[in-house]
Write a new protein. Structure first.
Length: 289
């Protein structure tokens, strides 16, 4: 499979209803927010995790679509396996650059997330180098401030034997956002795809499919109702691109206008999505969703 030949940028719009889209371990797992503006935040790591999970399900058992970053075994054991597969000497000091390059190439060919997002694989006794991935995603940020809420719940499963002797229920907390529309921007570098990982047209289509469906197989009581609402893609007609990314991203805008009956947004239809379809020369707008 040959690497992509066009640069891309993309804008994702997704929302959450009565759920916690990304808990903050530094704040008791409350939904992440900007402490100055109260806008909600979903990290790039969270979004890429969902993409990885979908690809693993969608391409289960198929060669070249393994996932490196997942909690099945240590990273060092996986990079050492690359040396086994390539017939290279293991646990040797002063690795030959050509051996590291061969192992790096193996990892790019066989792991979708390495080919897509890159990876640091320079740890352990059998390093595979550092790979800069062609696909990068920013933090998602809510269009408007979100209102974190706690509700107290009761549960009938008592934790300890000692507590079970004296009570039949325990109290707990759920943290959630009543509603939030989030926006994230991403970038696909054809130059890095060609020079570093071999990220292909087939990989690109799989990426779009994974973004559209990333919440469909990630349901949980804590996350509530999450939906990918819109995916806008800007395709350049060459490797280096025809226009700065921020100019294209600014062509997508979202606005909520308060009314006497509705002071805060509570559903996707409360927003007006505006798209400036006047593209710079050499750029095509594609709406996947």
């Amino acid at each position: 499979m040959s690497a992509i030949e066009n640069r891309y940028e993309f804008v994702m719009l997704f929302d959450v209803e009565n759920g916690n889209p990304n808990g903050d371990p530094d704040a008791g797992n409350l939904p992440r927010v900007d402490s100055e503006t109260a806008h909600g935040i979903v990290t790039d790591v969270c979004l890429k995790r969902k993409i990885r999970n979908f690809v693993e399900i969608y391409k289960e058992g198929e060669p070249y679509y393994n996932i490196l970053i997942k909690p099945d075994r240590s990273l060092n054991s996986k990079v050492t396996a690359a040396y086994d597969a390539c017939g290279l000497e293991k646990n040797q000091k002063g690795k030959k650059p050509e051996d590291v390059e061969a192992a790096r190439k193996y990892m790019c060919e066989n792991y979708f997330d390495v080919r897509t997002f890159g990876a640091v694989m320079s740890t352990g006794n059998d390093p595979c180098g550092i790979v800069r991935g062609p696909v990068q995603i920013n933090f998602a940020r809510s269009i408007d401030p979100v209102f974190e809420q706690d509700i107290t719940i009761t549960r009938q499963a008592i934790t300890t034997d000692a507590d079970f002797k004296s009570k039949r229920t325990e109290m707990g907390k759920k943290h959630y956002v009543p509603y939030g529309l989030y926006r994230a921007e991403g970038y696909v570098s054809a130059m890095l795809a060609q020079k570093c990982t071999g990220f292909s047209e087939e990989d690109l289509e799989l990426l779009w499919t994974a973004i559209i469906n990333m919440f469909e197989h990630d349901r949980s009581a804590a996350r509530g109702k999450m939906c990918m609402r819109k995916l806008y893609i800007f395709k350049h007609d060459n490797v280096l691109g025809n226009c700065p990314a921020h100019i294209l991203a600014d062509k997508i805008s979202c606005k909520f206008t308060p009314t006497e009956d509705k002071r805060v947004p509570r559903c996707f239809s409360d927003y007006e999505i505006s798209v400036d379809r006047n593209m710079p020369e050499g750029v095509e707008l594609i709406e996947k969703l």
